[in-house]
Design a protein around this ligand. Sequence first.
Ligand code: ADP
Length: 255
Amino acid sequence: MTEDKGNMTEEMIQTFRMIEEEAGKTLRVDDFLAIISHEFRNPMNAAINYLHLLLMGEYGALTDEQAKFLKRATTEVESLLDLVNVSFDLVDPDKGGQRIKFREVIIPALLEELEAETQFLCKEASLVFQCTVQPGVSSIWTDPLRLKMVLRNLLLNAIKYTERGRIVLKVYPKEEGVGFCVSDTGVGIPEEALPRIFHPFYRVEDSQTRWHGEGSGFGLYVVKRLVELLGGNIEVESKLERGSTFHVWVPSRKQ
Ligand code: ADP
């Protein structure tokens, strides 16, 4: 295993060197990210295929418990693949825009999957999760993959930064689109940090997560960029020790 990892790293370094030589320049961070994203896709797609084969019972029947955790593992790897895919959008916004696939998205169906995931994580963290959808929310034209990533990131953050209490997702009709509101009763964000919260790699100093040591400060930057690619906007309000609320608006648009 370690040997394989060593070989992969070695291969990756060789690939970078080769590309640098061919391009006659030192790779920039953007180039580096683009290559990494690309190199990650194949093994991740293979892992997802293997997991699906196991889930379909191709290698023997599964107990309910095994199927439940295998499904969770599959969702996690699929989320990771989503993240890798959209990181292309971030390093190359022009092409990212082209990759966005606007189609009719049934909001209650999109929320179903997110609700199941969030419910599971909240239960493990002894938090209450509520999702309310106001009448009038049905479908919009948007990119479901990007929208789901935005909401998933905000919900995961809410759980990460909340020790006790509740996480609430409210969905309501708003200006030719849909509004989403993710609130928590967590640690909150200091006022002076709010203007920088969407900057890349920015983290509130000493911010305590329920998973210590985790966090890169990249998540909210990705969230904002994705919301903008969908033509929407995002705002945050927060009070220390009281909790935070992220408001997202996504318009219905065909391209
Ligand atoms: P990270 O990987 O550090 O969570 P993010 O970009 O997602 O990075 O968030 C940036 C910073 O914003 C975090 O380090 C944290 O301090 C703060 N933050 C984000 N969401 C919340 C939240 N729901 N409650 C409190 N603080 C938050």
